[in-house]
Design a binder for this molecule. Structure first.
Ligand code: CO8
Length: 260
């Protein structure tokens, strides 16, 4: 992978760790960073040696939002185009083959909270802070926040967070279902890696199919989603992983999945 100005990437034995790295601006998302993110995700998505991706932030922020200084002079047309470009990258994150764990180490505000919500699973350090402060700036969420937040925490809580712009701590984020787990700052990455290891020990192709079934099923009606699930279930039954997983069960041993 090429090196980026505002991102760091390493592949630790199949666990990709992608770090938002623009600490002077608390990792705020300017166009350059979002462009780099799209490029990195495109490469990682095609790299079968990365089984699970962890997304985190450098220093004291996960991502403190879209870059306010860059947005200030934007016209309506430019802002709309910027929203659509960033939404495209967030959709790319949500639909890439690998499961993505957000390890939220600090501020996850505005576009940063939206970035975390495009990941599959969210883990937070007890130092993390969440919020949708857009209305305090006279704008609304634009990177999918009005859509993903109510789907995650329900309409009423999402409206409260978006209308008030209030910041909440990690425990409150856990209580409302915005994050799956809260750890100490020291334990955040180890916990994310342990979860990644566990996911990698399963039939990873099946995990990818489950991701697709959940994502596409939630965007349609129950009957269509269930039909899609049945089709992907059929696909998993054509894999060597299925043969190994079921044979290992019958032989009372641990499976060793070939990953295909
Ligand atoms: N954009 C640009 N710069 C930022 C941002 C940001 N979102 N957040 C922090 N920074 C910069 C600060 O300006 C400061 O830079 P400098 O040292 O050059 O002045 C540096 O990061 C450090 O920040 P602070 O000194 O403010 O640090 P504090 O610890 O005092 O405060 C906070 C931390 C509370 C996180 C504070 O920085 C803050 O409130 N930041 C803004 C948070 C915010 O409002 N985020 C939402 C932005 S809007 C958004 O994300 C909408 C997404 C959809 C966009 C649609 C586009 C059209």
């Amino acid at each position: 992978m090429k090196s980026f100005k505002n991102l760091l990437f390493e592949n630790q034995d199949g666990i990709g760790i992608l770090t938002m790295n623009r600490p002077a601006a608390l990792n705020a998302l300017n166009a350059e960073t979002v462009g780099e993110l799209g490029e990195a995700l495109g490469e990682i998505g095609k790299d079968a040696s990365v089984k699970v991706l962890i997304l985190t932030g450098a220093d004291r922020a996960f991502v403190a939002g879209a870059d306010i200084k860059e947005m200030l002079p934007m016209t309506a047309a430019q802002a709309q185009a910027w929203c659509q470009a960033a939404q495209g990258v967030f959709n790319q994150l949500e639909t890439m083959p690998q499961p993505v764990i957000a390890a939220i180490n600090g501020f996850a505000l505005g576009g940063g909270c939206e970035l975390a919500m495009a990941c599959d699973i969210r883990l937070a350090s007890d130092k993390a802070k969440f919020g949708k402060p857009e209305v305090s700036l006279g704008i609304i969420p634009g990177f999918g926040g009005t859509q993903r937040l109510p789907r995650l925490v329900g309409k009423g809580i999402a409206k409260e967070l978006i209308y008030t712009g209030d910041m909440i701590d990690a425990l409150e984020a856990w209580r409302i279902g915005l994050v799956n787990k809260v750890t100490t700052a020291e334990e955040l990455l180890p916990t994310a890696k342990a979860m990644a290891q566990k996911i990698m020990s399963r039939g990873i192709f099946a995990v990818q199919m489950a991701k697709s079934a959940i994502h596409n099923g939630l965007n349609t009606d129950l009957a269509t989603g269930s039909n899609y699930e049945a089709a992907l279930f059929g696909v998993t039954c054509a894999t060597e992983d299925k043969k190994e997983g079921m044979t290992a069960f019958v032989e009372k041993r641990k499976p060793v999945f070939p990953g295909k």
